[in-house]
Design a protein. Structure first.
Length: 406
């Protein structure tokens, strides 16, 4: 039975949400496996956590390629390959015995899989079905990241506790591989890829060779403005987030309180991500983004206060302010990119912009650790983060196309 346009649009959003949730949610279970791998093989914590940097870099560098594959092959094979790659990585991980295998499977293969199942194809697909409410739709799809983490990390922990890490890898890998045929053949990807009638009409009016290409997009200020927002935001955020639990413990809070705060941030970020598109649709992208950056900066100042005079009140206020601003920018940038560069190459263009997010995350993670080692504290690192948050907000005030964006 053929769904009406509105029903199909909802189905497209649901498919993007579920596949993004599976990709990021299951990928983020890597943290559950660190301790049992450390105990069994004697690998150091830095050796094990290095897989996260590899995962970020691979996820970033493959984003443009994923966009190109989507533009050429469509969603069926991109999502099918992503699910198969993730399932294969987890299934093979049950037999790992060397550190390089962990890096290959949990770093490289999972990074590729998350890129294939993530927001690069998701944003391009949603742009074919949503116009006026694209920011809202992308925000809902983005929120799958937090939902997936909350859902699958406890499941992974339970499996590891009851049956061991090899059985947990086996269970996740088997379930994902069984899902591959459903992703390939049970979802009406041809109908999803066709887009809404308005999208089809616009596509039909474009002459061959017309429209946006990656090369043409890179000649515009808005392209580099969006890339700068992604890079600077990720740099500022990840230079803090990676060390947040350690910072709170060093400040005098208990490990349980520090971990609970990190968990609360994750839950609040899911709310902010889901609602950011709706707020941007109502109040405008520049106002929403600027307010979120102001909130992020305020949260970092509260964190700086915590390093000097820790208290429960400051901790609660920090979690509320910082958490409700986390992730707000991602859906807005994605929707602007999807609208601005709409056409047959939009996924490739967005993939290139999105790659800057992963590069910024890797750079920020590295610099946060370096600055801590050089100074023996966190204040300089917080200043570094604040500077990049200020830089991240700048394009929405100096790039005309972003300043006047509606």
């Amino acid at each position: 039975m053929k769904l009406p346009a509105r029903g199909t649009a909802v189905a497209v959003l649901a498919a993007c949400f579920v596949l993004n949730m599976l990709g990021r949610g299951i990928a983020d279970t890597y943290a559950v496996f660190l301790v049992p791998l450390e105990r069994e093989f004697g690998w150091t914590r830095s050796q094990l956590t290095g897989v996260y940097a590899i995962y970020l870099l691979v996820n970033g560098f493959t984003a443009p390629l994923v966009g190109m594959l989507f533009d050429r092959l469509g969603p069926r094979w991109v999502y099918g390959l992503g699910t198969a790659c993730l399932g294969s990585a987890f299934f093979l991980a049950q037999g790992l015995s060397s550190l390089w295998q962990f890096y290959l499977l949990a770093g490289v293969m999972v990074g590729i899989a998350v890129s294939l199942n993530g927001m690069v194809p998701g944003s391009a697909l949603l742009a074919r079905w949503y116009r006026a409410r694209l920011s809202t739709a992308i925000g809902i799809a983005f929120s799958a990241i937090g939902v997936g983490t909350v859902m699958f990390v406890p499941i992974a922990q339970q499996l590891v506790s009851l049956h061991g890490w090899r059985a947990a890898y086996h269970a996740f890998g088997t379930a994902l591989l069984l899902l591959v045929p459903l992703v390939l053949f049970a979802v009406p990807w041809k109908r999803f890829a066709a887009g809404h009638a308005e999208y089809q009409a616009r596509a039909g009016q474009a002459a061959p060779g017309e429209g946006w290409t990656p090369r043409r997009a890179m000649r515009t200020r808005i392209f580099w403005g969006l890339a700068a927002v992604f890079f600077c935001t990720a740099t500022g955020m990840y230079s803090i987030l990676v060390q947040l639990v350690a910072l709170l413990i060093d400040a005098g809070y208990s490990p349980l309180a520090a971990a609970a705060t990190f968990g609360v941030l994750g839950m609040l970020s899911s709310i902010s991500i889901m609602s950011s598109g709706l707020v941007a649709d109502r109040f405008g992208a520049r106002r929403t983004v600027s307010a979120s950056f102001a909130g992020t900066a305020a949260g970092m100042l509260l964190l700086a206060g915590i390093t000097f005079s820790p208290s429960i009140a400051l901790l609660v206020l920090f979690a509320a302010v910082f958490g409700l601003c986390m992730g707000t920018r991602g859906p807005i940038i994605s929707s602007i990119c999807a609208r601005q560069f709409a056409g047959p190459s939009v996924a490739t263009i967005y993939g290139t912009v999105y790659a800057c997010n992963a590069l910024g995350a890797a750079f920020g993670s590295l610099m946060g650790g370096v600055l801590h080692d050089l100074t023996g504290g966190y204040q300089v690192g917080l200043g570094f983060s604040l500077a990049f948050i200020a830089l991240a907000a700048t394009p929405f005030w100096i790039v005309p196309a972003l300043r006047n964006y509606r």
